[in-house]
Design a protein around this ligand. Structure first.
Ligand code: BGC
Length: 807
C-alpha cells in the first residue's frame, strides 16, 4: 500500500471509535469524524462534526456542586445517508454478513473512501463505495458520493439522505454525567429547489448554525428523476429517494452540504449563505478537482519525505494531514487556537492548552501566517488574562491553563477518575507555565520570521504583560536571598500539592522558575530592541516603571532553583523527599501504567507522595533551551552547570516518568537525540504510534493528540536535521538517524521556498528558482553561504561546505 494511503480492513465494532477519529476529514473551519454515514451515536459509532472555535457553556450539578463547562459543540450530522431495499430494515452492519469492509484515507487528495460488500438477511449481495471530502479551498462545503451495486438481486432501493440534528456532546464516556445538549431552537425545512435545511442555535453562546444539503441520484451515469419524499422527524430532515434497481446494475447518489454559522466572515446570516452555497456549488467531481488542487499546494509546502521506512513515512503523512485539517490556510481568517485533540473528538472539550508550543515550529517554517493566527488568538484574550491576574491580586497577564471562547479559565474544577468512579478536585489550572509557553512562542516566531510588525504591535505587549505577572508571582525570600515561586503546578500534572497538605500547588517548580528567569531576561532584551518610539509608547501605555524592569533583571540573576545533590535539578522543592515508587511492581501488576495517577488514586493512594512524573517537567528545559542557553541562564543565576548535568538529569527523570501524556515521548526523543540515538528513535516511534496504535489506550477515539502529531514533524526538522533560524541565518546542524533513510523537506525562509535534504551529518539546501531577490544566509558549523533563487549549497559537518553554482 502506498504511504499516501492509511486505512483499516474489516468491521470491528470495538475499534470503530479509533478509526473514526483517525479517518476524520476537515479543513480548519470544520471537521467531521470518519463515522459511517448511516449511523447515529451509539455504543459503536460516534458521528461528530465540530466547527473551529464554536463553543457553548452548560451547567450541571456534579457531586453536590454546580459545574459550568464550556465545550466545542457537536454540530448536526450533515453526513447522514442510509438505505434499505424493498422496505426492509435500514443499513446496519451489525445485522448483516459483512463480506468486505475497508476504510481508506487518501492522504494525498484528502478523501475518505469506504468500500463495503455485504449479504443481507434475504441473501442479497450488495456493494457500496463511498467517497467524501471536507473541501480544503471552499471551507464550508463537504461532499459524500455513494455508489451502490445490486450484485445478485433486483429491487427497490430507498436512500435516506439529509441532516441529523439529534446530536449531543456524548463522545466521551467520563463526561456523560454532564449536561450535553448544546443545540436548541431547531428548525428544519425544504427550499423550493429541493435543498434540505437545518437551523439551530447554541443554547448559551447564541451561535446560529445552518446546514443545507442537496442530493442528486444518477443511474447509468445520467441524472435520474427519482421519487423524492421529504421526511421530518423531530430534528432530523431528509429526503427519501426511491429508485428501482435491476440485478447487476448500479446507482449513485451525490450529496453536497454546506455548514455555516453566525460567526462567519463575509456572511449575511447562516441560513441564506448555506442554501445559496449548496445551490450554486458545482458537482461532486468538480469539487473534488478543486479540493485536490488545494491539497496538492499544501503538500508542496509541507513536504516531508523519508526515503526508506514506508511505515514511518505513512505516519508522518498522517500527522501532517491531521495537523493541516485542524489548522489550515482557512484558519488564517479565523479566531482559533490549537485544540489539544484536534477537531476530531470531544476530549478536553476542544480546549486550548499550552500545546501550540509543540505545533508552532512546523507552521512557522512553512506558513508563518498560521503561526501568527495562533498567536493572535492569545492576543485577543490578553484583556481577559489581565483581568485574571488582577483578580488573583497580581499585575500583568495570567493566561488560563485551558482556554476556549473568550479566554476565561476553562479548566475543570472536578474530574472523574474512571477507575475509581470518584469525582476529585482538580488543581491543574495552577499550571501558570502556560504563559511562559506563549511568551516563548512569541519570541521564537519573531526570531524565525523577523516579523517586526507583529512583535511591535502585539507580541511585545503580551510578552511584557506575561513577564510582569511572573515577576510578581515571584517573591523575594530574604533567608535565601533569592526569588521563589510558590503554589503552582509544573508540566507534570501528577504533582498538584504536597502529600497530606490541604494547600494546592507545589513550590519552586524548577521548570517554571528557570523559565521565569529566561522570561525576565528576554523581556528586558525585547524592550531594549523595540523601535524607540514604540518602546516609549508601550512603557507609557503599560505604565512600566524602571523599578519593575530592574526587578526583572534581578530575578534573572537571583531566581531560586532547587537541586538535590549530584547536579540533579529537583522537579520542585521537596521532590527528593518523596517516596520512590516500585515501578517494576506496578508494571507487573497493571501492565499499562501510563495513567499511574488514576491507578494510585483508585488504590486509595496519592501520586503526590511519589517521585513519579506523568511527563517531562525538568526535561522540558532541555527541550526548549539549547545547552548553551540553559548553561548561560544557570550561570547567570549563580548555579554553574557541570558538563554532565544534562545526561545525569535525563537519566534520573527517565526512570521516574510514566509518559502519561503523548507529549512526553516528543520531549524525551528530543533530549536523547544527540546522546542516545537508539533510545531517541524508540521515543520517536512512540510518537508515531501514539494515535495510530492508540498507545494511551482508548484515548484516540476521543480525538487525536495534535501536539504529538506536530511534534513528530518538529523532531525530524529541528531535532534530527538540526534546522533552526537564528541570528538572521537558516542554520543546520544535522545528526540524522540513517535508520530513517534520507530526509527531504520543504520550508519557506524569508519568503524563499527551499528544499532541504539531509542524511547523516550532511545537508543540501536548494532554493526555488524565481525572480531576483536578496539572498538568504544558510549556515552549518562555522561556514555560511549566501543563496539566491535557484541555487544550491551542500554542507557537511565532517568536511568543508561549498556552494554549488552549477545547479
Ligand atoms: C498533558 C498536558 C497537555 C494536555 C492537552 C495533558 O494530558 O498533561 O501537558 O497540554 O494533555 O494535550
Amino acid at each position: 500500500m502506498s504511504s499516501w494511503l492509511f486505512g483499516f480492513r474489516g468491521f470491528d465494532p470495538d475499534d470503530e471509535g479509533r478509526r473514526e477519529a483517525l479517518c476524520t476529514l476537515g479543513n480548519g473551519y470544520f471537521a467531521t469524524r470518519g463515522a459511517a454515514p448511516e449511523c447515529t451515536a451509539d455504543d459503536v459509532h460516534y458521528p461528530g462534526t465540530y466547527v473551529a472555535g464554536c463553543y457553548n457553556r452548560l451547567t450541571t450539578e456534579v457531586a453536590g456542586r454546580e459545574v459550568e463547562q464550556e465545550s466545542v459543540v457537536n454540530m448536526p450530522n450533515w453526513l447522514l445517508l442510509t438505505f434499505r431495499v424493498d422496505g426492509g430494515p435500514w443499513l446496519d452492519l451489525r445485522r448483516l454478513e459483512v463480506l468486505d469492509h475497508e476504510q481508506e484515507l487518501d492522504l494525498e487528495r484528502g478523501f475518505l473512501v469506504r468500500r463495503l460488500r455485504f449479504r443481507d438477511e434475504q441473501w442479497r449481495t450488495t456493494r457500496l463505495v463511498q467517497h467524501r471530502f471536507a473541501h480544503m479551498a471552499a471551507p464550508h462545503l463537504a461532499g459524500l458520493d455513494t455508489t451502490l451495486v445490486a450484485e445478485d438481486w433486483s429491487g427497490q432501493v430507498t436512500f435516506r439522505c439529509g441532516i441529523d440534528g439529534r446530536v449531543t456532546n456524548s463522545g466521551v464516556a467520563r463526561y456523560r454525567a454532564l449536561d450535553s445538549q448544546h443545540l436548541t431552537d431547531h428548525r428544519t425545512f425544504e427550499t423550493a429547489t429541493g435543498i434540505v435545511v437545518l437551523h439551530a442555535r447554541t443554547s448559551q453562546s447564541g451561535i446560529r448554525v445552518a446546514e443545507a444539503a442537496r442530493s442528486q441520484v444518477f443511474a447509468g451515469g445520467q441524472p435520474s428523476d427519482v421519487a423524492r419524499s421529504l421526511v421530518q422527524q423531530g430534528d432530523l430532515i431528509t429526503h427519501d429517494l426511491t429508485v428501482q434497481l435491476e440485478r447487476g446494475s448500479e446507482v449513485r447518489v451525490e450529496k453536497i452540504a454546506s455548514l455555516r454559522t453566525s460567526r462567519d466572515a463575509a456572511s449575511t446570516e447562516p441560513v441564506t449563505e448555506a442554501v445559496d452555497e449548496v445551490r450554486c456549488a458545482p458537482d461532486f467531481d468538480e469539487l473534488c478537482r478543486s479540493h485536490t488542487l488545494a491539497w496538492a499546494r499544501l503538500h508542496r509546502e509541507f513536504h516531508c519525505g523519508l526515503s526508506t521506512s514506508e511505515e514511518a513515512q505513512r505516519a508522518v503523512r498522517l500527522h501532517l494531514f491531521h495537523l493541516l485539517q485542524t489548522i489550515s490556510p482557512t484558519s488564517g481568517d479565523l479566531d482559533v487556537g490549537v485544540p489539544a485533540r484536534g477537531l476530531h473528538g470531544e476530549a478536553y472539550r476542544g480546549h486550548v492548552f499550552w500545546d501550540e508550543l509543540f505545533v508552532l515550529p512546523t507552521l512557522t517554517l512553512r506558513r508563518p501566517r498560521l503561526a501568527r493566527t495562533l498567536l493572535m488568538y492569545r492576543y485577543r484574550r490578553l484583556g481577559r488574562a489581565r483581568r485574571a491576574a488582577s483578580e488573583a491580586g497580581l499585575p500583568g497577564a495570567m493566561f488560563p491553563w485551558q482556554s476556549g471562547s473568550n479566554g476565561r479559565e476553562e479548566s475543570q474544577q472536578l474530574h472523574l477518575n474512571p477507575r475509581s468512579g470518584r469525582w476529585l478536585p482538580d488543581h491543574t489550572h495552577l499550571q501558570r507555565h502556560v504563559g511562559i509557553a506563549i511568551a516563548h512562542n512569541i519570541h521564537h516566531y519573531h526570531r524565525a520570521t523577523g516579523d517586526d510588525e507583529f512583535l511591535s504591535e502585539f507580541g511585545a505587549e503580551m510578552l511584557l504583560e506575561i513577564t510582569r505577572f511572573f515577576a510578581a508571582l515571584a517573591h523575594y525570600d530574604r533567608s535565601r536571598d533569592r526569588y521563589v515561586i510558590r503554589g503552582v503546578v509544573g508540566p507534570d500534572e501528577y504533582h498538584t500539592g504536597y502529600p497530606g497538605q490541604a494547600r494546592p500547588g507545589i513550590d519552586n517548580n524548577a521548570y517554571t522558575n528557570i523559565m521565569t528567569a529566561w522570561l525576565c531576561r528576554t523581556a528586558a532584551e525585547v524592550l531594549r530592541e523595540l523601535p524607540t518610539e514604540r518602546r516609549h509608547e508601550l512603557v507609557e501605555q503599560l505604565n512600566l516603571r524602571h523599578g519593575e524592569i530592574d526587578r526583572w533583571k534581578r530575578i534573572a540573576q537571583r531566581m531560586y532553583v532547587p537541586f538535590h545533590g549530584n547536579g540533579i535539578i529537583s522537579q520542585f522543592e521537596g521532590y527528593d523527599q518523596l517516596a520512590e515508587l516500585d515501578w517494576d511492581g506496578y508494571r507487573r501488576r497493571y501492565g499499562d501504567i501510563h495513567r499511574l495517577d488514576r491507578i494510585l488514586e483508585a488504590e486509595g493512594d496519592d501520586p503526590n507522595r511519589y517521585q513519579a512524573s506523568k511527563q517531562a517537567d525538568v526535561l522540558m528545559l532541555f527541550y526548549l533551551l539549547s545547552a548553551e542557553e540553559l548553561g548561560g541562564l544557570l550561570e547567570g543565576l549563580g548555579y554553574p552547570m557541570p558538563a554532565d548535568t544534562i545526561p545525569a538529569n535525563i537519566e534520573y527523570y527517565l526512570q521516574r516518568t510514566s509518559h502519561g501524556s503523548t507529549l512526553s515521548a516528543v520531549v524525551h526523543a528530543w533530549v536523547l537525540a544527540r546522546s542516545h540515538r537508539h533510545r531517541a528513535l524508540e521515543f520517536f516511534d512512540h510518537v508515531l504510534a501514539a494515535d495510530i496504535h492508540d498507545t494511551q489506550r482508548g484515548t484516540t477515539s476521543e480525538g487525536v493528540h495534535l501536539a504529538a502529531m506536530a511534534g513528530s514533524i518538529d523532531l525530524l526538522q529541528r531535532c534530527f536535521a538540526g534546522i533552526e533560524v537564528r541570528d538572521g541565518a537558516l542554520r543546520l546542524n544535522p545528526l540524522w538517524p540513517t535508520e530513517l533513510g534520507d530526509l527531504e523537506l520543504t520550508l519557506r525562509y524569508q519568503g524563499q521556498p527551499l528544499t532541504i535534504t539531509v542524511t547523516g551529518r550532511t545537508a543540501t539546501v536548494r532554493t526555488a528558482p524565481g525572480p531576483a531577490r536578496p539572498p538568504i544566509t544558510c549556515a552549518c558549523g562555522i561556514r555560511s553561504v549566501l543563496l539566491g533563487p535557484g541555487e544550491t549549497a551542500r554542507f557537511s559537518l565532517e568536511h568543508r561546505s561549498w556552494k554549488d553554482d552549477s545547479s
